[in-house]
Each structure stands twice: as C-alpha cells, then as structure tokens.
Design a protein around this ligand. Structure first.
Ligand code: C2E
Ligand code: CA
Ligand code: CA
Ligand code: CA
Length: 278
C-alpha cells in the first residue's frame, strides 16, 4: 500500500545512519544521568479556564548535562525509545513524580500531577507494580496522578496496552490522550483507550486567533470529547487572548506560557497562573 511505501521512505538509510550516530552519542550520557541522578522534573500549571485556578501540574522531564546545562526531552527521549532505555526512564519518572507529591507540605496535598509515559511503558508488566507499590508506600491518593499517553507507531499491541491502562485505572489513576489531532490515528486511540482528558495538540492552538480553520477544528474536537464524556485541555496557550477564545469555545483547561512555564518550584507557578485574569 502507499502507506507502507511512505514509512519505507521515512526510514531511509540516511536517517537510520543519523539516528545511529545520535544513539551512540546519547546512550552513555542517558545511562550516566540515570545512574548519577541527573534527571529531574519541572512542573507546568494546567489551568481551569472557567475561573483561572490551577487544576494540576504536568511533570516534564529534564536532564542535566556534563557542563551543567539543561537538556530537554526532545533530545534524548527518542534515543531512549529506540534503545530500550525508555523503560528505566518511565519507571524513574513514575517514582519521582509520586515522591514529589509525597514531599509536599500538607497544605498542598490537594495538588495533583500529570505524568508523561512512553507508549511502550504499557508493554512492561512491572509498570503496574511500580505505580501500585509506590502509591502504597507513600500513602498518596491514586487520583492525584494522571498519565498522559501519546500516539506512536510503537503501540503495536493495542489490546495489551488497553488492558494495562484499565488495570492502572482500577488503582484510581486517570489518563489523558496527549497531542490529540497531531497523529494519523487520533480517532482510533480515542476509540480504543479509556481516557479522562483529551489534550488538543499545540499546533491547533498556536495561531488560534488568526486561523479560522484551527478554530473550527478545535470546536469539533471539543464537541467530540464532550460527547464522549471527556474533558479537554489546550496546550501552547501563549496569550491571554488565546485563553479567552478557548474559554469561549468551551475548552475546559489551558496550559502554556500564558499561565506559566515549566519550573522546579510549584508555588511560584501557582501564583503566576492565578495572576492572569480571565
Ligand atoms: P508534551 O507532553 O506535548 O509537552 C508539552 C511541551 O510543550 C513541553 O516541552 C512544554 O515545555 C512545551 N510547552 C508548554 N507550553 C508551551 C507554550 O506555551 N509554548 C511553547 N512553545 N511550548 C510550550 P518539553 O518539556 O520540552 O517536552 C517535550 C516532549 O517530551 C513532551 O511533549 C513529551 O512528549 C516528552 N516528555 C516530556 N517529559 C517526559 C517524560 O517524563 N517522559 C516521557 N516519556 N516523555 C516526556
Ligand atoms: Ca504531555
Ligand atoms: Ca502534548
Ligand atoms: Ca508532544
């Protein structure tokens, strides 16, 4: 089929050689970061558009480099996914997100987190036990964790993934479908995986005010999501104007630089985001 031909072209030899070179460079650095505790999480507020209150924070992964520079996940997550290191990263992220919640002072115990998992995370049986054990050990309420899943070619086993998601949901955790609308099978994912939130991909939000097509698409996504009983989150909300528009369209939550950048300190983000009048 033409679909297959296209995939073949994307995986041209040049690209594979380039990826190999990147992998060879990054793999020892990622291993070292895992070993020496050079990974850390930053937190970005997700704001309820009806009143401007912070709903929860998304935990985003960072790696500290050799020269103390901060490396963003776009540079090392794809490598980790190709080389199998992603499994260790997924477990690290889960454990550290829960530890973070456990370390919050009591007056902040209403705060909840969204955590990104790779799509292959659900292929490993120890994901469930890691979440379960860590929640039990820390006494953290499972409903304070939402897992964000993204469409990738890596999900070759939908049934197994769905089964694992259901087991994690049974603990009380929630799920979000990330980057909705960006991939080739967003609808298929929406149909297959039981999620609570749909995160509308930033590409539809970025130019929302100037682009009528984006507005129509976002309206449609909101309608579909709400008919299916799911809440919507818009990412890449960069201006108050965009936030207003999204509120008017009926999107439930917004996330983006208009409310706050990802940062290590929660309290600051909390205040900044509340400062934006809606
Ligand atoms: P994502 O899950 O779609 O995360 C949103 C990305 O958009 C983040 O980039 C965030 O910093 C950025 N962003 C948020 N608001 C704005 C905005 O208003 N404008 C612009 N221009 N950008 C904004 P980041 O942190 O570099 O993460 C990139 C991707 O890496 C994430 O996309 C996610 O797919 C992946 N990732 C991040 N953390 C983890 C993790 O812990 N585990 C895994 N498996 N993947 C992760
Ligand atoms: Ca995400
Ligand atoms: Ca996203
Ligand atoms: Ca993304």
């Amino acid at each position: 089929s033409t679909g297959r031909d296209k995939i073949y072209i994307y995986n041209s030899e040049d690209l594979i050689v380039k990826e190999r070179r990147r992998d060879i460079y990054w793999v020892p650095l990622i291993r070292k970061a895992l070993r020496d505790n050079q990974l850390f999480l930053v937190f970005q507020p997700v704001v309820q558009l009806s009143d401007g209150n912070v709903s929860h924070y998304e935990a985003l992964l960072r790696m500290r480099g050799e020269g103390n520079e901060i490396i963003t996940p776009d540079q090392f997550i794809p490598v980790a996914e190709r080389t199998g290191l992603i499994h260790a990263i997924d477990l690290w992220v889960v454990e550290n997100a829960i530890d973070f919640l456990a370390a919050l002072p009591t007056y902040m115990s209403y705060i909840s987190l969204a955590v990104n998992l790779s799509s292959t995370a659900f292929q490993y049986p120890d994901l469930l036990s890691t979440i379960k054990d860590k929640l039990e050990m820390t006494w953290i309420d499972a409903n304070r964790l939402t897992f964000e899943i993204t469409e990738t070619a890596a999900v070759d086993n939908f049934e197994k993934t769905r089964h694992m998601i259901n087991k994690i949901r049974a603990l009380g955790c929630k799920f979000a479908l990330d980057d909705f609308g960006a991939g080739f099978c967003s609808f298929n994912y929406l149909k297959t995986f039981p999620v609570d939130y749909v995160k509308i991909d930033g590409q539809f939000i970025r130019n929302l005010l100037d682009n009528e097509t984006d507005q129509i698409l976002v309206k449609s996504m909101v309608e579909i999501a709400s008919k299916l009983g799911k809440k919507t989150i818009a990412e890449f909300v960069e201006s108050a104007g965009t936030a207003m528009k999204l509120k008017e369209i009926g999107v439930n939550f917004g996330q983006g630089y208009a409310f706050g950048k990802p940062q290590q300190n929660l309290l600051e983000g909390h205040k900044v985001s509340l400062g934006l009048m809606l």
